[in-house]
Design a protein around this ligand. Structure first.
Ligand code: PLP
Length: 405
């Protein structure tokens, strides 16, 4: 056989039947290719996949502030590509560190009021490799307290550690966390891993409460601010900036790909912790660094976001306006203090069908969120208004939902 394994191979059969199972359970994911129009965000071209060929209004982007289409950010990338080339050409240690990488790390450390920062090729990797490296340190004798709804990348890091034990506490439940902290041996090395804004329900952790418990039980704190950076706090330093607790969080992790609109992940912490990760984290060392053009775009974006309060103000004004319109139309959604608006459908098939019909009949795109991403019976459309959704776009969405629900 010249084309690899043939169809009698056991693995081939396994794949075929796994795919059938996934299809039967309604969990087969299909891409919806849409090309973003940088001059008219949140409009995307549907590339003739729709009968109307109308531009599609996207309601599910994580580019929360529109930084990925900001002309200054785009231009920074263009200039850097021209000057420095398309790729980095090496890992950070092997000819792949550009001065822009260092500048970006310093900027991020400053954003979170930390001594140092370290960038990774994506947020997933920053969580996975940082947690794994920390939990493998000191002979691996760690107990991790992990929020039940923590992101897959944190879970991967925790599972990837060799000896640490993991105790899951109920989501955002300080009482449960304290109960579990109290039963752990006093002298065990403890780390609490949690997020600020949880992306599916849009709820926000009590960071102050978490920090108080961490101090009481002498635990390290590791906070994923992926859905908060750029959006919360006076400079977009996340909920830890907003709540004035950044100095009590030992490691703050974030992404450059959501609120900052570009690409990459990072952690910030005390210099010694960052240096240790820089020298020990496999997922940092053994991979080609971010292209200088991406670092340039990120740096421009972070600097702009820090000073452009109007983006945060406009985002939250748009979110509140959209929530008001939904309420007036009697459409059921989860009212949260965050920028995420989950519109509850509570049925997997219906959720997918409504999403399909929104796209085909109304040129509106909202991702259906089904099990296993959320519990069965809580299926939803996850809507994320951004500063550039107009009143008219909102009315179109509300009217379409009113018809379809
Ligand atoms: C998206 C996400 C990540 C990963 O960030 P990327 O930069 O997209 O890899 C990490 N944590 C949470 C909570 C996320 O939603």
């Amino acid at each position: 056989m010249e084309n690899g394994i043939d169809s009698t191979h056991a693995f081939y059969h396994f794949c075929k039947s796994a795919l059938e199972d996934i299809e039967q359970q309604g969990r087969y994911r299909r891409f919806t290719p849409l090309s973003r129009q940088s001059s008219s965000y949140p409009l995307y071209e549907s590339n003739n996949t729709l009968p109307s060929n109308k531009p599609v209004v996207v309601w599910s982007s994580n580019d929360y502030l529109g930084m990925g289409v900001e002309p200054e950010v785009i231009n920074a990338a263009i200039v850097a590509v021209k000057n420095y080339g398309a790729g980095a050409g090496g890992t950070r240690n092997i000819a792949g560190t550009h001065p822009l990488h260092l500048e970006l790390e310093a900027e991020l450390a400053d954003l979170h009021n930390k001594e140092a920062g370290l960038i990774f090729v994506c947020g997933y990797l920053s969580n996975q490799t940082s947690l794994q490296t920390i939990l493998n340190s000191m002979n691996g004798n760690w107990i991790v307290f992990s929020d039940r709804l923590n992101h897959a990348s944190m879970i991967a890091g925790i599972k990837g550690s060799r000896k640490s034990s993991c105790i899951i506490f109920e989501h955002n439940d300080l009482e449960d966390l304290e109960k579990k902290l109290a039963t752990a041996p006093k002298d065990a090395q403890k780390l609490i891993a949690f997020e600020s804004v949880y992306s599916m329900d849009g709820d926000i952790a009590d960071l102050r409460g978490m920090c108080a418990l961490a101090r009481k039980y002498n635990a390290l704190t590791y906070l994923d601010e992926v859905h908060a950076v750029g959006l919360y706090g006076n400079q977009g330093g996340g909920v830890s900036e907003r709540d004035n607790v950044a100095d009590q969080i030992d490691i703050i992790e974030g992404t450059l790909a959501k609120g900052f609109g570009v690409h990459g992940g990072y952690v910030t912490a005390k210099k010694a912790i960052i240096e240790y990760l820089r020298l020990a984290a496999s997922g940092f060392i053994f991979t080609t660094s971010l292209p200088p053009s991406i670092a340039a775009a990120c740096l421009t974006s972070v600097k702009l976001v820090r000073k452009q309060q109007w983006r945060r103000d406009k985002l939250f004004e748009r979110v509140r306006t959209f929530q008001r319109k939904l309420r007036k139309a009697n459409i059921s959604f989860m009212q949260t203090e965050s920028h995420i608006v989950p519109v509850m459908i509570r049925d997997a098939e219906l959720c997918k069908e409504i999403s399909d019909r929104l796209l085909k009949e109304y040129a509106l795109y909202a991702t259906p969120i089904n099990y296993p991403t959320v519990p069965k019976g809580t299926e939803r459309l996850r809507l994320t208004p951004n500063p550039f959704h107009t009143d008219e776009m909102m009315d179109d969405m509300v009217n379409a939902l009113k018809t379809l629900l």
